[in-house]
Write a protein that binds this ligand. Structure first.
Ligand SMILES: Nc1ncnc2c1ncn2[C@@H]1O[C@H](COP(=O)(O)OP(=O)(O)OP(=O)(O)O)[C@@H](O)[C@H]1O
Ligand SMILES: [Mg+2]
Length: 251
């Protein structure tokens, strides 16, 4: 399974979900690769020292001779590996736009890594540009985090339309794995309304697991850990564990 975490809205919990879903799958014993395709490199910084990153996903996507094996690094979790990003990745958008195989670069390169890992999770930037499209073309599944807020559904039409276009031609086997409500605040009435509304739009695609707002989840990347080692008994750890169970039941 190759799961892209995508939503072109910023700050909806893509990176938090990529980090903790990948860590949960690794803890369950699956050899897991987290691919960071966001130039902000937040997933990368959580698991590796930036100074140790020589080659990154920028090189994999731009240099025909550089493969995943040259960039993948181990993390402190035994079964979790990361393909790191650097800020230079931002340049890849314009670089790939002019290439005839621009949409297929990741798919071609990931074929090798596919054999080595049981699960691959891809974190994407908050755009629907070449990077996110590369991720969708290379993936078996998409997981869409949606923030529990009043305007959360604005823009999902564009996202769903992009997914449909990718299914129509470059990747017919792409499936929406599910929609995940994130940053949920159980105490507010509006959060409940938003949850009902998202449920009406996405039906059984909506994961039963809801990720609530939690200070622990916000803090863990700063301590360079997933939620499972940073605060294993927190609500965030339980929720992301439960998400990983749902994910494994659906793939
Ligand atoms: N459940 C949560 N509870 C509290 N804070 C959270 C939660 N999920 C994410 N955050 C915080 O919200 C901010 C945005 O989350 P995150 O970086 O995961 O979103 P993103 O979609 O990857 O953002 P971007 O679009 O910029 O890449 C971060 O500061 C993160 O720590
Ligand atoms: Mg992010």
């Amino acid at each position: 399974m190759i799961i892209t975490i995508a939503n072109q809205k910023g700050g909806v919990g893509k990176t938090t979900t990529a980090i903790n879903l990948a860590a949960a799958l690794a803890q369950k014993g699956l050899s897991t690769l987290l691919v960071d395709l966001d130039p902000q490199a937040n997933s990368t910084i959580t698991f590796v020292d930036r100074r140790e990153v020589e080659k990154s996903m920028f090189d994999v996507l731009s240099e025909p001779t550089v493969g995943f094996s040259q960039v993948v690094k181990p993390t402190s979790l035994p079964k979790l590996f990361i393909a790191p990003a650097r800020i230079s990745l931002a340049k890849i958008e314009s670089k790939l736009a002019g290439e005839f195989d621009g949409h297929f670069r990741l798919k071609d390169k990931i074929a090798g890594a596919r054999k080595r890992f049981d699960a691959i999770v891809i974190d994407t930037p908050p755009t629907l540009g070449m990077i996110t499209v590369n991720a969708m073309v290379a993936s078996s599944h998409i997981l869409i985090p949606i923030q529990s807020s009043f305007f959360s559904l604005e823009g999902t039409d564009d996202l769903l339309e992009t997914i449909e276009r990718i299914k129509a031609r470059p990747n017919p086997s792409l499936r929406v794995l599910g929609v995940l409500i994130t940053l949920h605040d159980k105490r507010t009435v509006i959060a409940k309304d938003v949850q009902d509304q998202i449920g009406r739009v996405f039906g059984d695609k909506l994961f039963k697991t809801v990720i609530t707002k939690s200070v622990r989840l916000e803090e863990s990347p700063a301590h360079r850990e997933s939620i499972f080692t940073f605060a294993p008994r927190s609500s965030g750890a339980l929720e992301y564990y439960s998400l990983s169970e749902e994910v494994l039941a659906r793939v």
